[in-house]
Design a protein around this ligand. Structure first.
Ligand code: SAJ
Length: 411
């Protein structure tokens, strides 16, 4: 019996590797021939701790291979991107294309699982796309047509810890039918040591979105407090520390905004599904997005107030101690600041990358340098990411400079 994983990205490839390690015969499918070749060579097309040797072993053992074509199988797992569009709704194009590529291989009785983070109703939409593309099948056995089983099992792993969290985390399984849930549970039991929690597909879709929205709303609360504290002249970090001594209070940390591909995106899928009701969730998104513009404004003020000609911007990643610059508020702040202050030099520091991303490299007044040089040269120092490297900066180097510490690293 074979398992097909469609989409060999940050979720699909580790999932395929872990299933193969558990003894399953797995084929990974991706449109990108380079990725397919890399996997067949047993090499990793991206960085993720501990995945490289597992991949090498299962490919060498003949339990995992990759292809650009979907082969016949008993189980299909769809792990493709669900990016969001200009109007904040989800782009289901990759999910529906995956459904159409699987459909011709199905004869009835197969299990199809959607793992991609998706707006409510997507699992059913995907199932309908399959049945529309292969009308010999059905979702309910109508007219005696063979049934396919469809479920949503959202991934919840943290990049950098994927190989651990895939195995250890509890998992939500939401079938379109009870039988689909049961079949999916048997699959995840093969490698998942966490609890397997059964529900329906829409609840599973909403649960994943809820987890990330919960975090977004709570970060928005912290970011709003940081604005209130700036106005009132209070140290927000001390304030939160004090409030968190209450046994039932746990305020998160403010920052320059919220980045990444999940927390800054998923809440919009709830907002677009229920726009009138999702008032708090929408406002939280706006508060977090607005924080970056606020930081730019404060930096512009500091430059105007001091007549500065050089700003050091420490950090470009979307969070501490990673090299991922996508959807990063720090990167956006540097871009906007350089645009608003064309006469000012912006010295960007990001110890985890070797060169500036293209959108910053094309700006004439932005350059990449190291922390010591940037701090020494700058009149205004803007701390944007709490990388461990920045903790050690000699505080006396900051004397006489205007410091804007968005993460409270140097307080
Ligand atoms: N952030 C703050 N203040 C905080 C915590 C985080 O400003 O107190 C910011 C970070 O700097 C970053 C952003 O939030 O810009 C998101 O970082 P994160 O570490 O909270 O989360 P992600 O995006 O790396 O991963 C999240 C995780 N979800 C939850 O913790 C609820 C992960 O488990 C999910 O699997 C992942 O989203 C996903 O793929 O959905």
């Amino acid at each position: 019996s074979r398992i097909v994983v469609v989409g060999l990205g940050y979720i699909g490839l580790p999932t395929a590797a872990v299933l193969a390690r558990a003894g399953c015969r797995v084929t990974g499918v991706d449109l990108d021939q380079h990725k397919v070749d890399a996997v067949n060579d047993g090499t990793l097309p991206f960085v993720e701790p501990d995945l490289d040797h597992v991949l090498r072993d299962v490919v060498a053992a003949g339990r995992l291979d990759a292809s650009t074509e979907v082969p016949a199988a008993d189980t299909y797992i769809v792990a493709v991107p669900t990016p969001f569009l200009e109007d904040k709704t989800a782009d289901l194009g990759y999910v529906l294309a995956a459904a159409r590529s699987i459909a011709p291989r199905l004869t009835g009785g197969e299990l199809v699982i959607l793992e991609s983070t998706s707006p409510p109703g997507t699992t059913r939409r995907m199932a309908e796309e399959i049945v529309a593309a292969n009308p010999a099948l059905s979702l309910d056995g109508a007219d005696g047509r063979p049934v396919i089983h469809v479920a949503h099992c959202p991934e919840r792993v943290l990049p950098g810890r994927i190989m651990t969290e895939l195995v250890e985390n509890d998992r939500i399984i939401g079938g379109l039918t009870d039988e689909a849930s049961q079949r999916a549970k048997e699959l995840y039991e093969r490698f998942c040591r966490g609890e397997l929690l059964l529900t329906d597909a829409v609840t599973a879709e909403l649960a994943k979105l809820t987890e990330n929205s919960f975090r977004d709303v709570n970060i928005a609360f912290a970011n709003e407090l940081s604005l209130i504290c700036d106005r009132l002249g209070v140290d927000v970090w001390r304030l939160i520390e004090l409030a968190n001594h209450h046994p039932r209070v746990n305020v998160l940390q403010p920052g320059p905004g919220v980045g990444g591909h999940c927390i800054a995106v998923d809440p919009w899928f709830i907002v677009s599904a229920a726009p009138e009701e999702a008032r708090l969730i929408r406002t939280a998104r706006q508060v977090n997005d607005g924080k970056s513009g606020y930081v730019v404004g404060r930096a512009v003020e500091a430059v105007a107030g001091t007549g500065a000609s050089t700003v050091a911007a420490l950090g470009l990643a979307f969070k501490a101690n990673i090299d991922d610059l996508r959807e990063s508020p720090a990167r956006q702040i540097v871009r906007d600041l350089a645009g608003e202050l064309p006469g000012c030099r912006v010295l960007a520091v990001e110890p985890h990358v070797e060169k500036l991303p293209a959108d910053l490299a094309e700006l004439p007044n932005v350059e990449l340098t190291d922390a010591a040089a940037a701090v020494a040269a700058a009149d205004v120092v803007l701390l944007l990411v709490d990388h461990d490297e920045f903790r050690g900066i000699d505080r006396s180097e900051l004397d006489g400079k205007r410091v804007i510490d968005t993460k409270g690293l140097w307080r």
